[in-house]
Write a protein that binds this ligand. Structure first.
Ligand code: ADP
Length: 889
């Protein structure tokens, strides 16, 4: 048994000793543990400090705080303590008081040892009983808490289950309503009246279920405080008018009038427009539902801080004892009264919560058989004046008015059957709904089940006028599809209407920001969807017409711009006669009007094709193959006199000949002057930007201008060559020979390089000339010139010196080498006959000299070679001599 802690309170010290003596055995056996205090206050401290003292043994008469006061405190602070009071015999009145104050027992001084022991045993029994009771209580409490926790958990699970099931229900419900509705409208053939009635029943049951699901979702949102309100100053009247119009169909054939009573001016309230609408739909809907005949009237009142909106009906009424209950979820009046009306009993519960969330109250007055009036309040905008009734519908209600499409005239598409729509939804049911609805109205509808299929459909069949796009799809979601489509199509080229069950502002914003034109939350109203689609289509058509008009103006402007560009390019090209410069400028002028990655120009030169300029080729092998391509194109473009485009794809084998190795688009334009092709320009662009027909046209026009400039430059080049060469032999004329020779001389002197000169004279030329005539003489001179060209190096400077005399300057050549060259020349000249007509063999004499320090200029060097030549002639012709050698007689 657990030991008991006992507090003994007495102001006489011997009392403590006595207690210790009496209970020595129990103390030693750990049965009792005693604590001692001298007065009430002291005792309270000890109780506080020790904490688990279960028994109190107290005197009554004590200083500072007596036993009675202590008992009163203990009663308050330690109600479980078992108290035994000890007092003098005459104190019986006080003992009674302490017993009334809750003492367990009392003892009278002087104490009897036996009595004391027995009383403590008895008290111990009470303590044990207390302990058991407490234990039982604790266990019960624990079990209860567990039960509550379990219940709460189950409630949460139920809510989660309801929410997720509700979400899941929306799509199929939407499908059922949509398909039934379109079937009733004759989407897949005519329907009999009977069938139509049945289908309409499916539609209205489906709609009822849908609204129930929305109610459940709303309740769960409110329970979890997830319902976000967008409160703003709101004029109630247009909202009420819209709800009244929308409720009209609910009346059906009942003799029931829907009315409103508005003051001419009414202040605005602070509320969420959508939620106010929802409240009104519930209350007006109920009023219509529970009123077989008479009227439903909405009227407005206000005081200085609140507006009061009342919906009064002349219906079946509500008994007073139900006033509170009908606002509870799933609570309805007795079945007998409301059975014929349907409903789940959620509407009023939601309505009241929505009103309260917007800082309002809802109130009910009703009399059974006479009717009911539901009044709810909403706070006024502080300091806002009254608003005068405006006959024009408020702009924020425009979308609602579209609800009323049946009564309002909407713009019809200009061509009844011309529009093509792509509907994207992974739910076959939804696809069918959209297909049915739009097909009835004469649209062509294609449906696909995923984002990827949608992109492919648009890519292969880019003539859609509208895309209806679901958001939640596996793989690529609707927002991504929208973004991808917008990379290639503007808002007016391809309108996109997003349809989704996500009815959140965030989702709406996301839709708009990724390029959607409009957004409609599921379940959507058929006529609203049609109205929105039609608006987008008409808009698209109007914009397309405007664009067409603008395009026409633009092309006129372009034509004028092209002429101006051509004038500029001609000006630039004709400002130089240097061929390389002309070509470089041409490529430069071309870049801004016809962007290219690489360009090259080839020009025809008599019997070959020469690469004249190349731009943008980093890699020689690419240049070589492009050069080959250009040559292949030359004969192709010969036939056309305009640019030829080949959008070359290396994966297409039919262009295998053009092995460029990268995917490119090529365009080639020929240069023509006076009907003759003189060359070709080839432009290359890496895929995917192919050359467009307009660019080819531009290139052709520009190439025409360039051809003229190229021809001019080529002519100029010819003239320049002519100014330097001697007409008969094509060698440098004397002037040019000296100019080149002097440069070579200066260079050799300054760099200390060797330099030699050879003078050559045709032997017996005069005689030949006289015998065969000038023509043959000229032919002989041409032959000699040719043979000189053959025997000499490129770097040698060759010139006709005069008459039958030729001079050659050999840079970087010593006398020894020059001597060999002269000998080679001599042999070359005498090789064959020198005229095609006459069998004449000719020879030549040659003199060779080398630059040394004693030579001061080119003239002196040639002079020395001439001296050597003279000696060679003297020596008997057909030989070569060198200057120093010739000097020595
Ligand atoms: P539901 O209409 O779906 O049953 P509500 O929460 O909207 O659920 O309404 C709860 C109950 O209150 C209804 O079942 C009906 O009995 C009663 N009630 C509500 N509005 C009216 C009204 N205007 N006239 C008579 N009874 C009403």
């Amino acid at each position: 048994m657990m030991k008991a802690k006992i507090l003994v309170v007495d102001d006489e010290p011997p009392f403590e000793l006595m207690i210790r003596k009496i209970f020595r055995k129990e103390i030693n056996e750990n049965q009792y543990a005693f604590f001692f205090a001298r007065n009430g206050e002291d005792a309270l401290h000890t109780l506080e400090e020790i904490g688990d003292i279960e028994m109190l043994l107290t005197d009554i008469n004590m200083p500072v705080m007596d036993g009675l006061a202590l008992m009163a405190e203990v009663e308050k602070r330690f109600p479980d303590l078992v108290t035994i009071v000890i007092s003098a015999y005459g104190d019986i009145q006080n003992i009674r008081k302490t017993m009334n104050a809750g003492a367990f027992d009392f003892l009278v001084k002087p104490l009897s040892r036996e009595d004391l022991k027995m009383t403590l045993v008895k008290a111990m029994k009470q303590i044990l009983k207390n302990r058991e009771l407490q234990q039982a209580y604790r266990e019960k409490e624990l079990a209860q808490r567990e039960l509550v926790d379990n219940l709460k958990r189950m409630d949460r699970t139920k809510d989660e289950f309801l929410t997720s099931v509700s979400h899941e229900l929306l799509t199929p419900l939407n499908g059922i309503v949509g398909i039934a509705d379109s079937l009733a409208d004759g989407a897949v053939g005519p329907v009999s009246d009977d069938m139509c009635d049945n289908l309409q029943m499916i539609v209205s049951s489906g709609k009822r279920l849908t609204s129930l699901v929305h109610d459940i979702l709303d309740i769960s949102k409110m329970k979890n405080s997830e319902l976000k309100l967008m409160t703003q100053p709101l004029d109630l009247r247009p909202v009420i008018e819209v709800v009244l119009s929308l409720s009209q169909p609910l009346v059906g054939i009942k003799p029931l009038v829907l009315r409103k009573e508005f003051p001419t001016s009414f202040p605005r309230v602070l509320a969420d427009e959508n939620r106010v609408e929802q409240i009104l739909h519930n209350l007006i809907g109920n009023a219509v539902k529970y009123t077989p005949s008479g009227e439903v009237c909405v009227f407005l009142e206000h005081d200085e801080s609140n507006a009061y909106i009342s919906i009064r009906d002349s219906g079946i009424g509500i008994p007073e004892h139900k006033f509170e209950a009908i606002f509870m979820p799933f609570e309805q009046m007795d079945g007998s009264m409301t059975r014929p009306y349907g409903g789940a009993g959620l509407g009023l519960s939601i309505t009241r919560q929505l009103v309260q969330l917007q800082n309002g109250q809802i109130d009910l007055k009703s009399e059974v058989g006479k009717g009911s009036t539901f009044t709810f309040s909403l706070p006024l905008v502080p300091g806002d004046g009254p608003v005068i009734a405006d006959p024009v519908v408020a702009p924020n209600l425009v979308h609602e008015v579209r609800h009323l499409e049946k009564s309002v005239d909407m713009p019809q598409p200009v061509t009844e059957n011309g529009f093509r729509i792509l509907a994207v939804d992974d739910e076959p049911v939804n696809q069918r709904v959209l297909q049915n609805q739009f097909t009835i109205e004469g649209y062509h509808v294609d449906t696909v089940g995923s984002g990827y299929e949608a992109l492919e459909a648009v890519a292969t069949n880019a003539c859609y006028d509208l895309v209806l796009l679901d958001v939640m799809m596996p793989g690529l979601n609707g927002f991504d599809v929208c973004r991808k489509l917008r990379e290639n199509f503007s808002l007016v080229e391809l309108p996109i209407l997003i349809l989704t069950a996500k009815n959140h502002t965030r989702a709406y914003l996301e839709g708009i920001s990724c390029g959607a034109n409009d957004y409609l939350a599921k379940p959507f109203d058929k006529s609203e969807l049609m109205a929105r689609a039609k608006t987008l289509l008409s808009l698209r058509q109007a914009v397309a017409q405007t664009i067409e008009h603008t395009r026409h103006l633009e092309s006129e402007r372009l034509k004028r711009g092209l002429a101006e560009n051509l004038r500029k390019i001609t000006e630039t090209l004709t400002s130089t006669l240097e061929l390389k410069e002309v070509l470089a400028r041409f490529l430069e002028c071309l870049a801004p009007v016809c962007f290219y990655s690489r360009a090259l120009i080839v020009l025809k030169k008599q019997d070959r094709v020469e690469l004249a300029i190349a731009k943008g080729f980093g890699d020689d092998s690419v240049l070589t193959s492009s050069h080959q391509v250009a040559e292949t194109f030359l004969p192709l473009t010969e036939a056309h006199d305009e640019a030829l485009v080949i959008n070359y794809d290396s994966s297409e084998s039919n262009h295998g000949a053009l092995s460029i190795g990268i995917e490119v688009s090529l365009v080639a334009a020929p240069f023509f002057t006076k009907g003759i092709q003189i060359g070709l320009i080839l432009l290359e662009r890496d895929k995917p930007r192919k050359f467009r027909p307009q660019e080819c046209e531009l290139l052709s026009a520009f190439a025409g201008q360039a051809a003229i400039a190229i021809e001019n430059a080529q002519l100029f080049e010819k003239v320049q060559v002519m100014a330097k060469t001697e007409e008969l032999t094509g060698l440098n004329n004397r002037r040019h020979f000296f100019s080149l020779g002097n440069d070579a001389f200066e260079h050799a002197v300054s760099e200390g390089r060797p330099l030699s000169a050879i003078m050559l004279d045709v032997d017996h030329f005069k005689m030949c000339n006289d015998t065969y005539g000038h023509a043959v003489g000229d032919e002989v001179l041409q032959t000699v010139a040719k043979r000189i060209m053959i025997a000499c190096r490129r770097s040698d400077i060759l010139g006709r010196y005069g008459g039958e005399e030729f001079a050659i300057i050999l840079p970087d050549t010593t006398l020894e080498v020059a001597k060999d060259v002269a000998e080679r020349l001599r042999i070359e000249i005498q090789k064959n006959q020198a005229s095609r007509k006459e069998n004449i063999k000719i020879t030549a004499s040659l003199g060779v000299a080398e630059l040394d320090r004693t030579v001061h200029n080119l003239g002196e060097l040639l002079q020395r070679a001439d001296v050597a030549l003279y000696r060679a002639k003297e020596k008997g012709r057909n030989c070569s001599l060198t200057y120093p050698e010739a000097q020595v007689p």
